[in-house]
Write a protein that binds this ligand. Structure first.
Ligand SMILES: Cc1cc2nc3c(=O)[nH]c(=O)nc-3n(C[C@H](O)[C@H](O)[C@H](O)COP(=O)(O)OP(=O)(O)OC[C@H]3O[C@@H](n4cnc5c(N)ncnc54)[C@H](O)[C@@H]3O)c2cc1C
Length: 529
């Protein structure tokens, strides 16, 4: 690998910067690898890098259906922090934070990690109590954190409206001063370049369309360009993980939702930290180019469109302008969405699966960028040894059956912004109404077990946490909250967002996709729906 340095920069300037090496090769896939990673986002690339660097396993391929880092890694608002509430998460995210602190040197690539501090605003007394608890828990875990009162916040963030008569009064904030931002593309490219230099094959424009098994054991991946054999397979496909699990023959407690962000025109430096308000689902920082980088909440219903709904953005911009009136005349330049993989406890899944030799690393939802080096590091160790790394072990899929959940909804930032986007025909009112009148309530036709006490842990866990997450037809329960206040069902395509029908509870859908119909076993247990 050509090393980057000040001297190198000078040397290349003499040849007009025309002789730089490509950052990675474009290899022809081998027949078989020790490890195949599916998904060339930050987490997949970091996994490959640490497999090679720390475990000497270099016969590794990363198979990516698009281009490296083209998924959520390059779509996120790049906030990095480690101040999570529960021990399991705090340890994992702090492990990542320590790796961030030396990452540019380690990769010989400037990932532009800037520890400018991350503030989480408190708007209610309950926010203050929760924050006090979180800061105390963080300190017990060796994670830095401070709780500021309203005056301190006003002093440190003078452009924030901290006056009394605001819609979202500022009562205080937590701050993690070691938190900050990093340049997302650079993170993907830095890991890719360093992994390639250690011998990892980065195979782009190749989609995994199935998994080959022999006697139930995974022996490789089927791609749109042919079969690639593997002794172990690690799947790191974020919003597509539910679909990948379905291809492998099992279900994950994951639902895919669009999450949006937007950037403004470049303006003079004004925001020198990261400011988040979980209550209003808005967070903001300023990039080195001067753009304001603003993040929103997620759409309240499943979707695979890499865009988001307009009302979510409208709500976020409204909240940002309320909190920062000084920004009210700034024009927004671009807006986009990514598909995030949400779990019932807002924590990732880093786990073995029911298929031997196949491991999954997913469920990072709205907050996985900050974990990228840590996630790759512990996943690599797990793939290398065939046993989960101690920091990854609590994040097993089993927790949704044995009840050992790690509920990070409070600390995981923007968990669920539930603002809708369609035009929906209410079968009770008999009218087509704007979706802002409705509330999405998840998958429809879920049979409640007739006798919960007779359920096994697996049956109860399936009922509570496992939902269909299809790329295609989905039957959903909606509530006409601002209308007749009655529930009804919707059949919607999660890729095109087309609503095929709405129908009353108790009726059967006209449009069905057998593969995604509710689990037969659950149906046998439950009520008729
Ligand atoms: C708008 C937005 C804002 C966010 N803000 C933050 C933030 O501020 N801080 C934070 O910590 N996190 C944030 N996140 C979350 C964060 O971006 C993700 O958790 C993280 O980037 C996930 O990384 P990944 O490598 O697992 O996934 P990705 O980067 O999505 O990579 C997965 C890859 O898998 C590939 N893939 C999928 N299916 C297949 C297949 N069949 N075959 C081959 N390849 C496949 C995809 O093309 C993709 O490149 C945000 C996300 C979004 C969308």
């Amino acid at each position: 690998m050509q090393r980057y340095s000040g001297f190198g920069l000078f040397k290349h300037s003499l040849s007009h910067h025309e002789n730089w090496q490509r950052m990675w090769r474009t290899p022809t896939p081998k027949k078989v690898y020790d490890v195949v990673i599916v998904g060339g986002g930050g987490h997949g690339l970091a996994t490959a890098y640490y497999l090679a660097k720390e475990h000497g396993i270099t016969n590794v391929a990363v198979v990516e259906k698009g281009w490296l880092g083209g998924g959520n890694t390059a779509r996120n608002t790049t906030i990095v922090r480690s101040n999570y509430l529960w021990d399991e998460s705090a340890h994992l995210y702090e492990h990542a934070m320590k790796l961030w602190e030396g990452l540019s040197q380690d990769l010989n690539y400037n990932v532009m990690f800037s520890q400018r501090g991350v503030y989480n605003l408190c708007h209610t007394l309950q926010d203050i109590r929760d924050s006090e608890r979180r800061v105390s828990a963080n300190r017990l875990n060796g994670v830095d954190g401070e709780l500021l009162n309203a005056k301190q916040v006003a002093d440190e963030i003078p452009y924030l409206d901290c006056s009394k008569n605001t819609r979202y009064p500022v009562m205080g904030a937590t701050v993690q001063r070691r938190g900050g931002v990093a340049r997302h593309d650079a993170v993907a490219w830095g890991f890719a370049r360093a992994a390639d230099a250690l011998g990892v094959d980065l195979i782009q424009q190749t989609e995994v369309i199935g998994f080959r098994k022999e006697n139930g054991v995974c022996i490789g991946v089927e791609t749109n360009k042919g079969f690639i054999g593997a002794k172990r397979v690690g799947v790191v496909t974020a919003g597509n993980s539910g679909h990948m699990a379905k291809l492998a023959g099992f279900r994950l407690p994951i639902e895919s939702h669009p999450l949006q962000a937007l950037v403004s025109e470049p303006i003079k430096p004004i925001i020198d930290s990261v400011i988040m308000s979980n209550a209003v689902h808005g967070y903001i920082s300023q990039s080195d180019k001067g753009d304001l980088v603003i993040g929103a909440g997620i759409d309240g219903y499943n979707g695979y469109g890499q865009r988001g709904s307009y009302p979510v953005i409208e709500h976020t911009v409204q909240a940002i302008v309320e909190m920062f009136p000084v920004l009210s005349r700034v024009r927004m330049n671009r807006q986009w969405g990514g598909i995030v993989d949400t779990t019932p406890d807002a924590c990732p899944i880093i786990s073995k699966t029911p298929v031997p030799n196949m491991f999954f690393n997913c469920g990072w939802g709205t907050g996985g960028f900050k974990a990228t080096p840590g996630s790759g590091n512990v996943f690599a160790a797990s793939l290398a040894k065939g046993e989960m790394h101690p920091l990854a072990a609590p994040f097993s899929i089993d927790r949704f059956h044995n009840g050992a959940l790690i509920d990070e909804h409070g600390a995981a930032a923007v968990a669920t912004g539930e603002i809708p986007m369609l035009h929906i025909f209410c079968p009770h009112c008999g009218e087509l109404r704007s979706e802002e009148e409705f509330h999405a309530s998840g998958q429809a036709h879920i049979p409640r077990p007739l006798d919960p006490n007779a359920c096994t842990d697996e049956q109860w866990g399936d009922y509570m946490f496992f939902r269909d997450n299809p790329r295609g037809l989905h039957h959903e329960l909606w509530d006409h909250v601002a209308g007749c206040r009655q529930y009804f069902n919707v059949t919607r395509d999660t890729v095109t967002y087309e609503i095929l029908e709405t129908y009353k509870i108790g009726q059967k859908p006209q449009f069905t996709d057998k593969a995604d119909s509710p689990k037969a076993a659950a149906q046998a247990l439950g009520e008729k729906v």
